[in-house]
Design a protein around this ligand. Structure first.
Ligand code: PGA
Length: 255
């Protein structure tokens, strides 16, 4: 299980230290990790290194992911951050194609596929976000949108696999209408996504499905089903360390 906190453009150094203090002091992270349950924190770029160091010095077995990455290898791309730089900072993975990146920064399905290929070949675990808008849902276009968003990435994943790349890939189903709204999809919707991925792209594709969109300590239990949901991508609720602990307790029990 992957439990991922997407901090978006939030948190500063002092807030990060306080957050980690609230998570520290117990062995539960090690127990959860040994059960295959991992927490990943996604801070803004400037804090990747600081966060990694703070987790290590506190002996917290918590992973680090970036919120974005450049598709190009290196060179004259002002303002961008490469896969090699993320690896250099001991980052484990990267969120790609978040709906906010698609909406505000014009990221296309093709560009996201390029990024995913770069991440995979750099041994960074890509967490590829996809999901329909309210309007697309109302027009009955969900399946077409999921295929359009996942398809080009899956094609690149398949090619990487043929070249011997074994880095895993995860898919975060994040319906746009559920992000930051307090409304979640329901388990039926998530099952439908899993079955669509399975039918369209094969069992392997559906085996890394996560859900995101207004997950919190109250909603999380109703959104989980073993074998269908392999983790959660959480925004607002995971800006509070206390909620992280409550969600873990709800799902996995206090060790
Ligand atoms: P939310 O955000 O949990 O605040 O809805 C999720 C996300 O955008 O990844």
């Amino acid at each position: 299980m992957l439990m991922i906190a997407n901090w978006k453009m939030n948190m500063t150094r002092g807030e990060i230290a306080t957050y980690l203090d609230s998570l520290s002091g117990e062995d539960r992270w090690k127990i959860w990790r040994d059960r295959g349950i991992r927490l990943f924190l996604c801070p803004p770029y400037p804090y990747l290194d600081y966060l990694g160091g703070q987790c290590r010095s506190r002996n917290l077995p918590i992973g680090i992911m970036a919120q974005n990455m450049c598709a190009f290898e290196k060179g004259a791309y002002t303002g961008e951050v490469s896969a090699a730089m993320l690896k250099d900072l001991a980052v484990d993975g990267v969120l790609l194609g978040h709906s906010e990146r698609r909406l505000y920064f014009g990221e296309t399905d093709g560009a996201i596929a390029e990024k995913a290929a770069r991440a995979l070949s750099s041994a960074l675990v890509p967490v590829v976000c996809f999901g329909e808008t309210r309007q697309e849902r109302d027009l009955g276009q969900c399946a077409a949108v999921w295929s359009r968003q996942v398809g080009p990435v899956w094609e690149r994943v398949t090619k990487c696999r043929e070249e011997g790349v074994r880095t895993p890939v995860y898919w975060a189903y994040e319906p746009v209408w559920a992000i930051g709204t307090g409304r979640t999809a329901d388990l039926g919707d998530i099952r439908e996504v899993a079955s669509h991925l399975r039918k369209t792209f094969g069992e392997d594709c559906a085996s890394g499905l996560l859900y995101g969109g207004s997950v919190n300590d109250e909603s999380v239990s109703g959104l989980y089903e073993k074998g269908t949901v392999h983790g959660f991508l959480v925004g607002g609720a995971f800006l509070e360390a206390e909620t992280v602990l409550r969600v873990f307790d709800r799902l996995f029990g206090h060790p």
